[in-house]
Ligand binder design. Structure first.
Ligand SMILES: Cc1cc2nc3c(=O)[nH]c(=O)nc-3n(C[C@H](O)[C@H](O)[C@H](O)COP(=O)(O)OP(=O)(O)OC[C@H]3O[C@@H](n4cnc5c(N)ncnc54)[C@H](O)[C@@H]3O)c2cc1C
Length: 644
């Protein structure tokens, strides 16, 4: 093992690589990135250091410094500028938010109203894509990509007509999806390949104990599960229980009547079930929670037994008839999450494809999905005066109001300047909870509906390693780490989709992708709901500086990889931490939320059209998926273009 990780070893993301190169762009501050990407992995030459190219920035990304302060002043303190400079800019449509929903809204509008429609898209971040962000690293002439957020196309064959049509419009049709599947190696567990080796890593006395094989299959009683469970560094009594639980050897709901069983699985938290009926110790429970944290962003304290086992957690085999009845639901869920395809930078490539449709000048030579990943993007083209669609970054909207039923005024703050544009229509594709602050004129009931849900926070980190020598000895591409700050650790998507050339072997530099769910993992006290816990998680993220994340990352990787010769001081070349305080749309949870009548759920009340203003974003669908973002955009644009 290498030396203990101390604060002397590093400084705020600035890393001295093995070659002694000081990597640029590693800081909490917003700054111009180091370089433009190469057009192919093998021909990278360092371009102009002054180019504006956010994907290569390292240090604290996601909700980066400069992106959230104006909105927090408004939402937390009710403060915003008193006066605005009225720009001589009037648009047919202003879209607030350049995430998947906002970009889709712009494209739907353009498709319906013509390519000369004047559209402005505003976003508070320094990059477009919303959750779908790209992290890009360069070393030795090679480009390495990873996920700055939203990961994959989930069940693309099941998209609605509108969402599927948009995908086809940007070139992601059935044939391309089939090609993506072909270009995804069988060992890419992150991309949902079932047979790929994936393990679990548990802290031991001298670094992590790495358990390889196929952990996901083990948890469902797959081949060799008993042997694997007995190799875990947990007490023998716990191993015995897990063998029974994973293998479905006992009915842990035995003794309950039919009705009581149904009531129990609908009203008891998964973790309570694990402790009370399965008999696991509280300190074993996190092993069962890692998958829920990743898929849902909440823990087994926040989800019922039924929600958990139909949402990816293990246990369905150990509930007697309930298990048999629920197996088909769980199977359907697993089918959907495993029917995924992925670009090497996740859904950021989908955002790039949409942006290129809206503003072709950003990448005039790009053909489509086949080269989107390696296409050079010129950010200076996003907001040129002479083009019909403009995408304006670093711009936080603070006010949207309809004037005399004839037009909409949109106030925003861009790098300290308070500015105003006007439009015929506006689509708010930003966060639901902020909308009441942007539009205080909305009816009270609608504002309450918009404020109800709380988005799920996450931290997605990417760590550039000098090479893959130590990692390759793990013998799996993805690990669940239930007791670590980053509960999932994987190699970045090694897919050759979109023209990308992933690392060719252990000698090549690589990127390790790490996911943290910051929600408190202990049992919520008293009346605390999941929504309260999500708020706590968000505050944890905002209050954790980059240096703390860096320390956690170094310690975790050292403990996992030290036994294979890894030395974090020499082997880590750069770290990007994507802080995502406002992540998944809130989906409602049975333990906390009533069942609303159709049309009466808070998000349904909240998304009502308000004259020339319509509401998009996944919050308005209460579904954290890209197709929901597209569906919301479609609805909002249909509202605003009714009659055309
Ligand atoms: C970590 C993570 C992983 C995910 N993985 C997947 C996945 O694998 N597959 C999948 O289908 N979905 C995934 N999702 C769900 C994802 O939320 C949707 O797919 C989709 O990207 C959401 O798009 P959106 O436009 O609705 O919201 P967002 O992406 O949140 O975009 C909204 C944009 O509006 C901006 N904004 C907010 N307020 C203002 C303001 N006042 N002024 C200007 N701009 C503002 C925001 O900063 C943001 O950029 C994931 C989400 C997260 C958080």
């Amino acid at each position: 093992m290498a030396a203990r990780v101390t604060r002397r070893d590093f400084l705020n993301g600035v890393v001295i690589g093995a070659g002694g190169i000081l990597l640029p762009g590693c800081s909490d501050e917003l700054e111009a990135p180091a370089s433009l990407p190469s057009s192919t992995p093998s021909t990278f030459t360092p371009p102009a250091p002054t180019a504006y190219y956010p994907p290569t920035l390292t240090g604290m990304r996601g909700s980066h410094v400069g992106s959230f302060e104006v909105a927090h002043d408004l939402a937390w303190r009710g403060q915003k500028p008193a006066h605005y400079e009225a720009l001589d800019e009037h648009y047919d449509l202003v879209v607030v938010g350049a995430g998947m929903s906002g970009l889709a809204a712009a494209r739907f509008y353009q498709q319906k109203m013509g390519s000369d429609a004047r559209i402005l898209v505003l976003d508070n971040h320094d990059d477009f894509g919303g959750h779908a962000k790209r992290n890009e690293f360069h070393q030795d002439g090679r480009m390495m990509l990873s996920l700055g957020g939203a990961q994959n196309l989930e069940n693309p064959g099941g998209y609605s007509e509108a969402a599927g049509g948009l995908m086809a419009d940007i070139g992601i049709d059935d044939d391309f999806v089939a090609l993506m599947a072909e270009q995804t190696p069988e060992n890419t567990a992150l991309a949902g390949r079932l047979d790929a080796a994936n393990g679990v890593a548990l802290p031991g006395s001298d670094g992590h104990v790495i358990v390889g094989g196929n952990w996901n299959s083990v948890m469902f009683g797959g081949e060799g599960y008993e042997k694997t469970v007995r190799s875990l560094p947990i007490p023998e009594t716990e191993q015995e229980i897990l063998v029974d639980f994973f293998g479905g050897r006992r009915d842990f709901l035995d003794g309950l009547s039919l009705g009581d069983k149904w009531e129990y699985i609908n009203s008891t938290s998964y973790n309570e079930f694990l402790m009370e009926r399965v008999g696991l110790r509280e300190d074993t429970v996190p092993i069962m929670n890692a998958i829920i944290l990743h898929l849902w962003g909440v823990s087994g304290w926040n989800m019922t037994v039924l929600e958990s086992v139909t949402g990816g957690a293990t246990g369905i085999k150990s509930m007697g008839w309930v298990g048999k009845a629920g197996a088909s639901v769980a199977g359907a869920f697993l089918d959907s999450i495993l029917n995924v395809q992925m670009f090497p930078d996740g859904n950021a490539s989908v955002a790039r494809l949409l942006v290129q449709k809206l503003v072709p000048a950003v990448a005039p030579d790009m053909k489509g999905p086949e080269d989107v990943v390696i296409a050079r993007f010129d950010y200076s083209a996003l907001d040129r005066e002479n083009q019909p669609t403009r995408i304006r970054l670093n711009s936080t909207v603070v006010g949207v109001r309809e004037i005399d039923g004839e037009r909409v005024e949109v106030d925003y703050v861009r790098q300290g300047n308070a500015l105003r544009v006007t439009a015929d229509h506006c689509v708010l594709a930003c966060y639901n909870a902020l909308i009441p602050h942007l539009c205080p004129e909305l009816p009270e009931a609608q504002k309450e509906g918009l404020k109800y849900g709380v988005k799920t926070p996450f931290v997605y980190a990417n760590v550039q390693l000098q090479d893959g020598q130590a990692w390759s000895q793990l013998n799996a591409t993805l690990f669940q780490c239930p007791y670590d700050p980053f509960q999932w650790v994987s190699e970045s998507p090694a897919v050759s989709v979109g023209g990308y050339e992933p690392p060719r072997g252990p000698e090549d530099p690589m990127v390790v992708f790490m996911m943290n769910s910051p929600i408190p993992l202990e049992k919520p006290g008293g009346p605390m709901t999941a929504r309260d816990q999500l708020r706590v998680g968000r505050h944890i993220i905002y209050n954790t500086p980059f240096a703390s994340y860096e320390q956690m990352i170094r310690e975790q990787l050292q403990s996992m990889l030290g036994q294979y010769g890894f030395n974090h001081e020499a082997d880590i070349r750069a770290i990007t931490v994507n802080r995502i305080p406002h992540g998944y749309a809130y989906p409602y949870l049975a333990l906390d939320d009533p069942e609303w009548e159709k049309g009466q759920a808070p998000h349904e009340i909240g998304r009502a059209q308000f004259g020339r203003i319509s509401i998009a974003n996944t919050d308005s669908e209460a579904i954290a998926l890209m197709d929901a973002a597209f569906d919301a955009a479609w609805r909002a644009v249909e509202e605003q273009t009714a009659g055309h």
